[in-house]
Design a protein. Structure first.
Length: 164
């Protein structure tokens, strides 16, 4: 990407925004919120938990720990339950890092299991652990807008990665 994590940090640290969450119908809280300070990038990217299948507790779990299994997939139910009616995690039996790593037959099988599909691709800068996980989408509203030239260069990098 054309903007390093350090450059993003310098550009964004004093320009964080508070999105108008109180106006969002889905926002579950009342009252004002404010963003936490953006932390500086770390020296190195933290290893992903279970990367390459090493020390991956999900890969090591037996089928008895799953709600449903077949020859290629296992469905994990979070226990204890939380507030929503159901939250489950579909995992391939073999350890793959990214959807693009799935063999064609598994990717096709996954496609049949999904309905009303929308893939959200959310890029995050390396070495910034605050921007990892499900809150990355919220940070998208907190960080200042990406400058137009950087945004266009980022989009071009995605197109190049797709081979088009």
């Amino acid at each position: 990407m054309p903007e390093t994590p350090e450059q993003l940090y310098e550009r964004a640290r004093d320009a964080l925004r508070t999105p108008p969450v109180e106006t969002w119908e889905q926002w579950p809280f009342e009252g004002p919120v404010q963003p936490r300070p953006l932390l500086e990038p770390e020296r190195e990217e933290r290893p992903r938990f279970g990367e390459g299948g090493v020390d991956c507790s999900r890969c090591a779990a037996s089928d008895d720990a799953y709600l449903w299994t077949n020859d290629h997939w296992r469905l994990h139910a979070f226990d204890p339950p939380n507030g929503l009616p159901v939250v489950v995690l579909l995992e391939p039996r073999a350890h793959y890092s990214e959807p693009g790593d799935l063999p064609d037959d598994l990717a096709a099988e996954l496609g049949v299991m999904l309905a009303h599909l929308h893939w959200w691709f959310v890029a995050r800068p390396a070495r910034m652990p605050q921007l990892i996980g499900s809150f990355a989408a919220i940070w998208d509203d907190v960080l200042p807008p990406t400058p137009d030239d950087v945004w266009k260069a980022n989009l071009a990098a995605v197109v190049r990665a797709l081979g088009s």
